[in-house]
Design a binder for this molecule. Structure first.
Ligand code: SF4
Length: 263
């Protein structure tokens, strides 16, 4: 995916199980606050968000460019298909781990047809160490079957066609477009989403909404690099639990929204 890191598959069932009983939910005058009323409250908070000053955004981008001049995709690949496979494998796994698995994987399965025809157990074994291997093997086989059936074995070059492939989401599609085809795309992973909020570029939480909020304020030619910059900065400085604001070059331009503890 971007410089490093990927989104985590959600465990919907477990989350559901942990949900508090209705009687313990927040109440107003003893009346449970319904999801409808909570939804109704959101527009009010959104209304307080003001679009970032373009001068400030430009300063942030300039600083990030200086900080990470060699930013690039950390996944090893030679073809768009290899990047697509590596990106699928990088979910909930480090890029370093993926890069250890892919050389032999790509030697065993040289093209989309080979992946599509892969024996499930063999493919699962080959990618076992990346975690979630059953789901990932299924996604790889299905995406490659679609690539063979609908695109003559070549990974398509548009967001619409990429996201139409089974097992390929918007983030993976943007990784492939930006890093394999040079077509700008903003990849929103946990780092990008967190930093975009803290820096005050958006108050959206949903990754797709964050992407759409960032598009008009980041120059299109910088979309791919911007994702790498934020991922690197999120890992090296602005980490989730305790951002190192005192040592952060972005501090003069950052409102540190939502930051309560920092180093
Ligand atoms: S100043 Fe703090 S919150 Fe803002 S980007 Fe730097 S580390 Fe993150």
């Amino acid at each position: 995916m971007g410089a490093r890191g990927t989104a985590a598959p959600r465990k919907a069932t477990r989350a559901k199980a942990k949900r508090k009983p209705t009687s313990r939910r927040p109440t107003t005058n003893g009346v449970p606050v319904s999801s409808v009323s909570r939804r109704a409250a959101r527009p009010a908070s959104r209304a307080r968000f003001t679009a970032p000053d373009p001068v400030r955004v430009a300063a942030v981008l300039e600083q990030l460019r200086e900080l990470y001049p060699d930013a690039r995709c950390a996944l090893d690949f030679r073809t768009p298909l290899q990047l697509l496979i590596a990106t699928i494998l990088s979910a909930q796994c480090t890029d370093e781990r993926v890069n250890k698995v892919t050389p032999s994987l790509f030697a065993t399965y040289p093209d989309a047809a080979a992946f599509a025809a892969a024996e499930p157990a063999a493919l699962e074994h080959a990618i076992h160490s990346t975690g979630f291997f059953r789901n990932k093997a299924k996604a790889i086989r299905e995406a490659c079957a679609d690539i063979v059936a609908k695109h003559g074995g070549e990974v398509p070059r548009t967001l619409e066609e990429l996201t139409a492939l089974r097992g390929v989401g918007r983030k993976t599609a943007n990784v492939v477009l930006g890093n394999a085809y040079g077509i700008p795309g903003i990849v929103v992973d946990t780092h990008v989403g967190r930093l975009a909020n803290r820096i005050g570029l958006t108050d959206e939480q949903d990754p797709v909404k964050v992407e759409f909020a960032l598009m008009p304020i980041v120059p299109q030619e910088s979309w791919t690099l911007f994702s790498h910059w934020l991922i690197l900065h999120g890992r090296q400085v602005c980490n989730a639990r305790k951002p190192r604001c005192s040592a952060c070059p972005l501090a003069p331009h950052c409102p540190r929204i939502g930051v309560t503890v920092s180093a």
